[in-house]
Design a protein around this ligand. Sequence first.
Ligand SMILES: [Zn+2]
Length: 269
Amino acid sequence: MAENGKVILVLADGLRADTAMHEMGFLESAVAHGRASRRVMLCELPSLSRSLYHTIHTGLPPQVHGVISNDMVRTGEHDNLFSLARAAGLRTAAAAYSWFSELYNHTPFDPVMDREVDDESRTIQHGRFYKDGAFPDTELFRAADMLVRRFEPDYMLVHPMGCDHIGHLHGGESAIYKQTAANIDNLLALSAPGWLECGYQVLVTSDHGMDAEGWHGGTRQEVRAIPFYHLGVEEGRPVPETASQLSVAPTVLKLLGQPVPPSMTAPAL
Ligand SMILES: [Zn+2]
């Protein structure tokens, strides 16, 4: 595993593992050619966004970190990828939904003043945040590309909302949900090779899945099974063992060349 690297974490909100494997031909071709590894993860519970954003960034289950509802609007406690990167003197960035600004910069989100953030003193130093779940994934990826070129962050979160938004409207087995996943795959095909050339390791995962009726939050397989791709590995392959979502945070820290705090007990992948 490469160390002292830079990491881009793409969190495709509401993306099911089976949809990723069936519809995301760029990612799957990278796996087939040994340029990426792919795992299936089971997300923590409740299978809700705000809870799992913080789980992905702290390596802690919601019962431990305390953000156990989407309606808990507060700044997240505990060491997290952004705060640990900042403490190590690394540069942080995010193109993400407003809840990330609330979790790591400040709350409540001001849709005017918090929309664009370039402030070295913030936990997320360079942020481009959106408030509308219908914000186009295409624009989101352009913002991410801009952040890479302008600021060369060491850790950057890229957070497209399309699958979650469309999944709630049309269900997680609808044609348009699958097309939305395919669009994110295409956006990755356009952006990821450049990120890899710039020396980034690129991880692609999700917070939770989506059921056929357009919901998530509970325990069923279709809302818990999510993908985890790693582009930039030496010898990529599909890994048959199911991984824990708690492993995302220590994996990112290891790729950044940073120590993993004792609070993160799951192994790095
Ligand atoms: Zn949702």
